[in-house]
Design a binder for this molecule. Structure first.
Ligand code: PLP
Length: 398
C-alpha cells in the first residue's frame, strides 16, 4: 500500500497510512466478546435452540424499540419482507410499489409471491421514495407500497400513509437499515402496517449471522406472521395455510440481547461521526466538489451508512485511490434494481434520480467505533484526491 502521496507534495505533511474498515463488526464483537460467549454458552446449556424464551425476550425488547405492541422474530430481513407480504395476502394480479434504489430483497419479496413489482424513483436528497412518483404509479391493482428507510433515515411516511389510506393500500416498512430511526419522534417499524428489520451483521443492530424481525400494532397480523414463519402449522401437523420455515434461533437472539443495550450509545456515536464528517469536509473546503448527506427535517437519522455524492466520472477512481490508501468504501447500489437482468421483463422504464445516485454515491466508514483520527485520515485522503485530480474530466483520474 502506498502512503498518501509524499513525493508530489513535499511542502505538506502527508497523512499517516491507516487501515480504515468500512464496518466495525470486528471491533464491536471484540468489545463484547466475553458477554457474547457467556450468552451463547447459556443457550448451549439450555438446549433450546429455535424460538423459545430467548427469542421471546428479544421480541419483547424490539417491540419497545420500534414502539409497537407486537414483534415476531424470523430468519432474516429478507424473510421479514416476504412474510409481511404473505400475511397481507399479496400475490398474483397484485402490484407492489418499491424503490429501485435499495437492496435486492425489497423487490424480490413481492416478485417471489407472483405480484407485479412496480419500481418508483427516489427523492435525490434523502435517497428515499419520491412520494409524487409513487402516486403516479398507483393503479386499481396496486395493493402495497414498500418504502425503504435507506441508509438509516425514514422515508416520507406521513405522505405515504395519506396516500396509502386514500387508495386502501398496505404500507410495509423496509426498516432493515433503520432500527431506532424516528420520524417526528415516532420509531421506524411503527409507521406503517408492518415493519421489517434485519439483524445481518452490517446493520446497526447486527447478530452473529442472519436474523430478522417484524413489528406491528395489529395482534391479529402478528398471529398470522407467527403462523406463517412455522409452515402455517397450528396445531402441530395441521396446516390451514402454506407458510415457510423462517424461525429465529436462540443463539442469535442471545447475542442480540447482549448488543441491544448498546444500541442507543452506538447510534449516538454514528450521529456524532456524521457531524464530524460534515465539519471536516467543510474545513477542507470540499462541499462544493462533493455533496454531503444530511438528516431531513423531522427525521432522527441513525446513519447505517454515510453516503456522499461525487461527480460521476470521479466515483470509481476516488474509490480506488482510497482503497490504495487503506480506506474501505462501498457503493450502495451500483446497479439499480430496475436495471437488473432478472427484472428485465418489467420494462426498465428510466428512473433518473435512481440512476444518477447509482453513478455518484460512495459510502464512507461511519461505524460507532470509528476513531476521530481515522475520519480525519479519510477526509484528508479525499482532499488529496480532489487537489490532484478533482478538476480532471476523465475516468482515468486515478
Ligand atoms: C439488509 C437489507 C435487507 C435484507 O436483510 P437480510 O437480513 O440480509 O435478509 C432488506 N432490505 C434492506 C434495505 C437491507 O439493507
Amino acid at each position: 500500500m502506498n502512503p498518501c502521496p509524499r513525493k508530489s507534495q513535499p511542502q505538506k505533511a502527508s497523512p499517516q497510512e491507516m487501515q480504515v474498515p468500512l464496518v466495525g463488526i470486528a471491533r464491536e464483537t471484540q468489545q463484547l466478546q466475553e458477554q457474547l460467549i457467556e450468552a451463547l454458552s447459556g443457550v448451549v446449556r439450555s438446549g433450546r435452540f429455535v424460538l423459545g424464551p430467548t427469542v421471546e425476550e428479544l421480541e419483547r425488547q424490539i417491540a419497545q424499540v420500534a414502539g409497537v405492541r407486537c414483534a415476531v422474530g424470523c430468519a432474516s430481513g429478507s424473510d421479514a419482507l416476504l412474510l409481511a407480504l404473505m400475511a397481507l395476502g399479496i400475490g398474483p394480479g397484485d402490484e407492489v410499489i418499491v424503490p429501485s434504489y435499495t437492496f435486492f430483497a425489497t423487490a424480490s419479496a413481492p416478485w417471489r409471491l407472483g405480484a407485479r413489482v412496480v419500481f418508483a424513483d427516489i427523492e435525490p436528497t434523502g435517497f428515499t421514495l419520491d412520494v409524487d412518483d409513487v402516486a403516479r404509479r398507483i393503479t386499481p391493482q396496486t395493493k402495497a407500497i414498500v418504502p425503504v428507510h435507506l441508509f438509516g433515515q425514514c422515508a416520507d411516511m406521513d405522505r405515504l400513509r395519506q396516500l396509502a389510506h386514500q387508495h386502501g393500500l398496505h404500507l410495509i416498512e423496509d426498516a432493515a437499515q433503520a432500527i431506532g430511526a424516528t420520524l417526528e419522534g415516532r420509531a421506524a417499524g411503527s409507521l406503517g402496517t408492518v415493519g421489517c428489520f434485519s439483524f445481518y451483521p452490517t446493520k446497526n443492530l447486527g447478530g452473529l449471522g442472519d436474523g430478522g424481525m417484524l413489528t406491528t400494532d395489529d395482534p391479529q397480523l402478528a398471529q398470522r406472521l407467527r403462523l406463517l414463519r412455522l409452515h402455517g402449522m397450528n396445531p402441530r401437523y395441521h396446516h390451514a395455510v402454506v407458510g415457510i420455515n423462517s424461525r429465529l434461533d436462540a443463539l442469535q437472539a442471545a447475542a442480540l440481547l447482549v448488543k441491544l443495550p448498546q444500541l442507543r450509545q452506538w447510534t449516538a456515536l454514528r450521529v456524532q461521526n456524521a457531524a464530524r464528517y460534515h465539519q471536516l469536509f467543510r474545513q477542507h473546503g470540499l462541499t462544493g466538489w462533493l455533496t454531503l448527506p444530511s438528516a431531513l427535517p423531522g427525521r432522527g437519522h441513525v446513519w447505517n451508512q454515510y453516503v456522499i455524492r461525487v461527480p460521476a466520472p470521479h466515483r470509481d477512481p476516488l474509490r480506488q485511490y482510497l482503497a490504495r490508501r487503506g480506506v474501505s468504501t462501498e457503493v450502495y447500489y451500483p446497479i439499480p434494481l430496475h436495471q437488473q437482468p432478472c427484472f428485465a421483463a418489467l420494462g426498465r422504464e428510466p428512473l433518473p434520480h435512481t440512476e444518477q445516485a447509482a453513478r455518484e454515491t460512495i459510502a464512507l466508514p461511519i461505524f460507532p467505533q470509528l476513531q476521530p483520527q481515522e475520519q480525519r485520515y479519510v477526509v484528508e485522503c479525499i482532499a488529496r484526491y480532489v487537489e490532484q485530480h478533482g478538476r480532471e474530466e476523465s475516468e482515468a483520474a486515478a
